[in-house]
Design a protein around this ligand. Structure first.
Ligand code: PEP
Length: 257
């Protein structure tokens, strides 16, 4: 049986400038250290805004802080006349390991459809980045089609043309749960995460399904993380609001205690 290392990922969204980022990362590191956190049991990743990436990378490197670095988006293109866009090549040069793709805020405010998401997944893989592919249903989708139909179809589209040996992460984020304070139940999350794992098996193969981490995201906090992590197909969390609070995020990371 494959054991999957839990991943707790903090999506800062458009919060914390590069100076605030330094203070935050140092404080989180020391809080986890003081609590005796064992980094070999849970992977921690932070996703700062683009303008913080260089500063955070330098800090992680200099202070040997074992957090992985991720970006919140990337361009479908590798270089060229695309004003304002950021290439996956630049992100890998900064030692970013992950990149969030298909977050509901990009789908909603930047009209990113399944085709753009699929092209971004390909761009990430071309540059050795691990795409964190976000899928999830709105409350209208939930009412009309149930919980899993939309995320399953979004993931199928995102995985089109992805090789079986690709390193990917999937994040199930019901849109109605993001920033609302109303998380899914662990049972709801398990049900959809298991179906998403089946999609990985169909689109890639059984080995990929066994090793790919499927995260839950949507109003995760210290008080509910343990319930999600007890579910067999939930391998971690993508955390928004609570990832900006040092004590809260540190307690989420230490969900086993
Ligand atoms: C998110 O935006 O990815 C998210 C999960 O946000 P929150 O934790 O604030 O619901």
């Amino acid at each position: 049986m494959t054991t999957r290392m839990p991943l707790i990922a903090g999506n800062w969204k458009m919060n914390l400038d590069h100076l605030q980022a330094v203070a935050f990362v140092q404080k989180l590191h020391w809080t986890l250290k003081d609590a005796g956190h064992d980094h070999s049991t849970v992977e921690v990743a932070v996703f700062p805004p683009f303008t913080d990436l260089r500063t955070v990378q330098t800090l992680l490197d200099a202070d040997k802080i074992p957090f992985a670095l991720g970006a919140q988006d990337l361009s479908t293109h590798d270089s060229g006349a695309y004003t304002g866009e950021i290439s996956g090549a630049f992100l890998s040069k900064l030692d970013a390991r992950y990149v969030i793709i298909g977050h509901s805020e990009r789908r909603e405010y930047h009209a990113e459809g399944d085709d753009v998401v699929a092209a971004k997944v390909q761009a990430a893989l071309r540059h050795g980045l691990v795409p964190v592919i976000c899928v999830g249903e709105t409350s209208e989708d939930l009412e009309k089609f149930g919980a899993s139909a939309v995320p399953v179809s979004q993931l199928r589209a995102a995985l089109d043309g992805v090789a079986a040996d690709a390193d990917i992460v999937v994040a199930y984020e019901p849109v109605w749960a993001i920033g609302s304070g109303q998380a899914a139940t662990p049972e709801q999350a398990q049900d959809v995460c298991a179906k998403l794992r089946d999609v990985v098996a169909e689109a890639l193969d059984a080995d990929a399904a066994a090793r790919t981490r499927v995260l839950y995201g949507g109003s995760v906090k210290a008080a509910n993380i343990a319930g999600f992590m007890r579910e067999p197909d939930v391998d971690g969390a993508l955390v928004g609001g609570a990832s900006l609070l040092v004590d809260e995020f540190s307690s989420i990371i230490r969900f086993q205690k």
